[in-house]
Design a protein around this ligand. Structure first.
Ligand SMILES: NC(=O)c1ccc[n+]([C@@H]2O[C@H](COP(=O)([O-])OP(=O)(O)OC[C@H]3O[C@@H](n4cnc5c(N)ncnc54)[C@H](O)[C@@H]3O)[C@@H](O)[C@H]2O)c1
Length: 326
């Protein structure tokens, strides 16, 4: 009988540190050839967009498919969120569906986890570092949580065009992480003060001036994953040692990379490595303290599948969820 896990069940068992561990393994599987990862398949019914994200991870023994929909009229017309996600987890031995779980919180944690892994390998070493977060929404909170797992931080800075979002971010995350968080009123304040930067906004145009980024900074760019939208300007892309979650996804989905390629400023060889190549040591990570390193994340199904298997195992251990005969 499949196990049904709602959002609260997922929240109860999913910890960032555990998720970073399995997401790191998933990226290693991608580099080692033991992962199967088709590109996400989109279908566009009249009112929205439906995305199918399957993957298989041989070493983790995980097989699943996430279905995410983006329906802009949902809140006004149906009193439902714009973005809805569910994961269908299967037993790789029998193919049978063993669990159906909510995918909203899981998506945010696995997106944070990929940035956490990238930060662990690419940011400068050392404690007492500072992090700057662009955006104060759902993903931004998980970015901060992940970076705080990867490095011992002295302070965080947050910038968002919505001061209401910043207020909520600071009150929630200060308590959660026991970390001082400062609201800043301009993007430059983050560039001046921070060793690590995460961009997690809904902006479709560049959110800061890439010429002002300090040498040695590490950036996780996780917003904007459509060909015509970008958070990062051409200057910072050009100045950075660029690590992709997947070359293929970056060339098909990431305006941050695709727009500078179309402009003729860079070509695809500017992508130095995939994250999996870095975690498996196939390509060295940061080579000196002045490199600007940049991880471009589009979000891969391997992250969902690794996180879903983790949630399922933890839920069984904790005895939570509902078994339902289908
Ligand atoms: N890479 C991945 O795996 C992945 C996964 C999920 C979501 N995302 C993307 O992450 C982004 C954020 O998603 P979310 O769920 O947190 O959205 P959200 O709506 O909860 O938050 C987005 C925030 O960005 C702020 N913002 C918009 N323009 C800004 C600007 N110029 N400067 C500073 N702040 C600005 C908004 O005010 C808002 O608070 C979206 O682009 C989404 O598609 C990426």
């Amino acid at each position: 009988m499949p196990l049904i896990l709602n959002r609260d069940d997922v929240i109860k068992v999913l910890r960032m540190k555990d998720c970073m561990d399995v997401v790191e393994k998933a990226f290693a599987e991608l580099a080692n050839g033991t992962a199967v990862l088709p590109l996400r398949t989109p279908i566009t019914p009249p009112d929205g967009l439906s995305l199918y994200m399957p993957a298989y991870l041989k070493d983790l023994g995980a097989l699943a498919c996430k279905v995410v929909t983006v329906y802009k009229n949902n809140p006004a017309k149906h009193n439902l969120p714009t973005v809805i996600g569910k994961v269908l987890l299967q037993d790789p031995e029998t193919g049978d569906v063993i669990c159906i779980m909510d995918g909203g919180y899981l998506t945010a944690v696995r997106t944070g986890a990929a940035s956490g892994v990238a930060t662990k390998y690419l940011a400068r070493k050392g404690s007492g570092q500072t992090v700057g977060i662009f955006g104060a929404g759902v993903q931004a909170k998980m970015q901060l949580w992940a970076v705080a797992e990867a490095r011992e931080l002295s302070r965080a800075y947050v910038y968002d065009i919505s001061s209401e979002a910043v207020g909520k971010f600071i009150s929630e995350m200060t308590t959660k992480l026991d970390l001082g968080i400062t609201k800043v009123d301009s993007p430059d304040k983050i560039l001046e003060n921070c060793d690590i930067i995460c961009t997690a906004t809904s902006s479709a145009t560049p959110i800061f001036d890439g010429s002002k980024v300090r040498e040695g900074t590490h950036i996780n760019g996780i917003g904007s994953h459509t060909p015509n939208a970008r958070e990062l300007d051409t200057t910072i892309i050009k100045r950075s040692k660029l690590v992709a979650d997947s070359y293929q996804a970056c060339l098909k989905e990431a305006g941050d990379i695709m727009i500078p390629i179309v402009e003729g400023t860079i070509d695809k060889s500017h992508m130095y490595a995939e994250l999996g190549e870095v975690v498996t040591g196939k390509k060295p990570a940061r080579q000196n303290d002045s490199d600007i390193t940049l991880f471009k994340s589009n979000g891969l199904a391997i992250q969902d599948v690794a996180a879903a298997k983790l949630v399922y195992d933890k839920a069984l251990e904790a005895g939570i969820g509902a078994q339902v005969e289908i």
